[in-house]
Design a binder for this molecule. Structure first.
Ligand SMILES: [Zn+2]
Length: 266
């Protein structure tokens, strides 16, 4: 299989001691390329350093997650703009709105999101979008920035949200949430409604270890090799072979993020 994990938090401390093994296991499972999520300025800088250490295998995003929106100042946007000028930085974000946890006030979240959507337009790169319990304001911000393209990452919403995002031209990122029989079952019918070319796969590791994975790692850490499991589940729900599902989701990721296929033998 040829899989791209479009959302992996490889700068998380849980990967600090064995990242080489994590990347080797991913490659052995067919996950040869990944986009490392940047959720703060320092984490985006670390993500870029990882991408530079593994050219052709790792890329990254640069942005500020809504949890950290209160930390966004004009100088933050300037730093993100410089990061986004780097070829290895393929998207603006993780950015968006999260009214579930509300670690930053609503007004700060909306301001930081607007600024990063404008940044995405300015740099001509897609946005890596996070939304939780904030659908209406999220949609309004996107409508106010026509021309923004990107991915609604870790989509867990309902049919109305899915259709609204598809109508806006967004790609849809599906994680191992779909493997959770308690809270992901509604996604089983929805995932078949996502057109080929608009569906992307991600682990969001170290979070969201697929609940139906057997055996489960003792430390409960999710890692990119488990994208192969997510791909098999998604393929079954869509009536596709895993190989076909991997091929069209990877092609969609390469088109959106302008990533070249891995050089053979590299
Ligand atoms: Zn997120």
């Amino acid at each position: 299989m040829d899989l791209i994990d479009i959302g992996i938090n490889l700068t998380h401390e849980s990967y600090r001691d064995d990242i080489g093994e994590v990347l080797a296991r991913a490659a052995a499972a067919g996950v040869g390329q990944m986009i490392v999520t940047g959720a703060t300025v320092p984490a985006s800088e670390q993500a870029l350093a990882l991408a530079h250490a593994h050219p052709g295998r790792l890329w990254c995003t640069a942005g500020v997650h809504p949890h950290h929106a209160s930390e966004v100042h004009d100088s933050t946007i300037g730093t993100l703009r410089q990061l986004l000028a780097q070829p290895a930085v393929v998207a603006t974000g993780e950015c968006g709105l999260d009214y579930y946890r509300n670690y930053s006030p609503y007004a700060d979240q909306r301001r930081a999101f607007d600024q990063q959507l404008q940044l995405a337009l300015d740099c001509g790169k897609p946005a890596f979008l996070h939304q939780r319990d904030a659908h209406r304001d999220f949609l309004a911000a996107l409508v106010a920035h026509p021309g923004v393209h990107g991915v609604a990452h870790c989509f867990t919403g309902g049919q109305d949200e899915l259709e609204a995002y598809l109508a806006l031209g967004l790609h849809i990122g599906i994680t191992g949430w779909i493997c959770d029989e308690r809270r992901g079952a509604h996604l089983h019918a929805l995932v078949a409604r996502i057109p080929r070319g608009r569906l992307l796969l991600e682990t969001d590791g170290p979070y969201l270890l697929p609940r139906d994975l057997e055996p489960k790692p003792a430390n409960r850490r999710n890692e990119p090799m488990h994208l192969a499991h997510i791909c098999r589940v998604v393929a079954r729900l869509r009536g596709e072979t895993p190989q076909d599902c991997a091929a069209h989701t990877s092609a969609a990721a390469r088109a959106l993020f302008r990533i070249a296929p891995a050089a053979t033998g590299g």
